[in-house]
Design a protein around this ligand. Structure first.
Ligand code: PHE
Length: 340
């Protein structure tokens, strides 16, 4: 058996050294080392070798196999080197031409800003929660103090689904869901997509992004709210931004506010993003309405809270000076590629 192996080794060495190209080499590789290769066949004869001789024979088998493997690897390398050398001799081949540039992907700006906001809040001890995009009327409206006949429903034109379901028009249903799941005090944000049946233009989309924030504790006041919102915006913009606070009406907060930020695209002088007002509505917020606390299963005499609904799409537009919201979900890779 050892003789057979040594003969195979000599034969393989010669054949490998003489292999003219990669295809021939590959054929030899299969012929010797493959499942039905010559060396593999010899191995199958091991069972007929006397047990006392097996270690010695086994060692030779391994040696021969290793030798054939490395002969093939050496031959492969020299064939490749020869191929490149030949290419360099070819007068039509220009080694100085740049090669194909690999296409590198980019995170969507909405993803980048979402991650940043999440980081800011995580550092302030907020939980990060995720809630369904398909909601019920109860979570999206009724439990947020918007009964069926309430005029505030007109503020958010809704995509209705079968069976009384709807696409959530805001991230606020998460307020109720989180109050039902966590014992107070707690603080959380829930970012996500929201949907409205809207006429589309440079500042309106049917699908956009919000981040809802909720803090439930004892004795939460408007002072808490304002302080938190300022901290938040400073961290997000990484500089001082000019804001103004106006009273704002949302049935689920009392009192409610609209926090506007000076337009970062035009610097306040007026452009299409701020509809030539110099200000952009960015952060509606307020103290959680007692009815909403009740719907969430909390006693308003014991617990209080603030909530905000950050317009994430607007924030992205401010941050990157994007003049048309339709770019965000437009699917044009040339747009996304700018945010590498
Ligand atoms: N859910 C409201 C909207 O999308 C925003 C909001 C959230 C207002 C939380 C106040 C508090 O219009």
């Amino acid at each position: 058996m050892i003789d057979r192996l040594e003969a195979l080794r000599a034969e393989a060495d010669a054949a490998i050294a003489g292999a003219p190209d990669e295809a021939a080499l590959r054929e030899l590789e299969v012929g010797y080392l493959g499942k039905k290769g010559a060396i593999t066949e010899v191995l199958k004869g091991m069972k007929d070798v006397a047990p006392a001789d097996r270690p010695r024979v086994g060692q030779v088998v391994n040696e021969v196999r290793g030798a054939v493997e490395s002969a093939i690897a050496r031959r492969r390398e020299s064939l490749e080197a020869a191929r490149i050398a030949a290419l360099c001799e070819d007068p039509t081949f220009d080694a100085t031409l740049p090669g194909p540039v690999p296409r590198v992907g980019a995170l969507h700006p909405v993803t980048q800003v979402t991650w940043h906001v999440e980081e800011v809040f995580r550092a302030m001890g907020f939980m990060l929660l995720d809630y369904p995009e398909v909601e019920t009327d109860w979570y999206n409206f009724q439990a947020l103090n918007i009964p069926a006949d309430h005029p505030a429903r007109d503020m958010q034109d809704t995509f209705w689904l079968e069976g009384g379901h709807l696409l959530r028009t805001h991230t606020s249903p998460g307020q109720i869901r989180s109050m039902q799941s966590f014992a107070p005090p707690f603080r959380a944000i829930f970012p996500g997509r929201v949907f409205r049946y809207e006429r589309i233009d440079a500042s309106h989309e049917h699908t956009f992004h919000q981040v809802e924030g909720l803090m439930i504790d004892r004795d939460i006041s408007v002072a808490n709210l304002i302080h938190s919102m300022k901290t938040l915006l400073g961290a997000i913009f990484e500089r001082e931004v000019t804001v103004r606070l106006r009273p704002g009406y949302f049935p689920f907060v009392e009192p409610g506010f609209e926090l506007d930020i000076q337009c970062q695209v035009c610097g306040g002088s007026g452009c299409s993003v701020c509809k030539h007002s110099g200000w952009v509505e960015l952060l509606p917020c307020g103290l959680v309405h007692p009815n909403v606390l009740r719907f969430g299963g909390l006693d308003p005499d014991e617990w209080s809270g603030w909530a905000f609904g950050l317009g994430l799409s607007r924030l992205v537009m401010m941050k990157y000076q994007i003049e048309d919201i339709r770019h965000l979900a437009g699917g044009d890779l040339r747009f996304v590629a700018q945010f590498r």
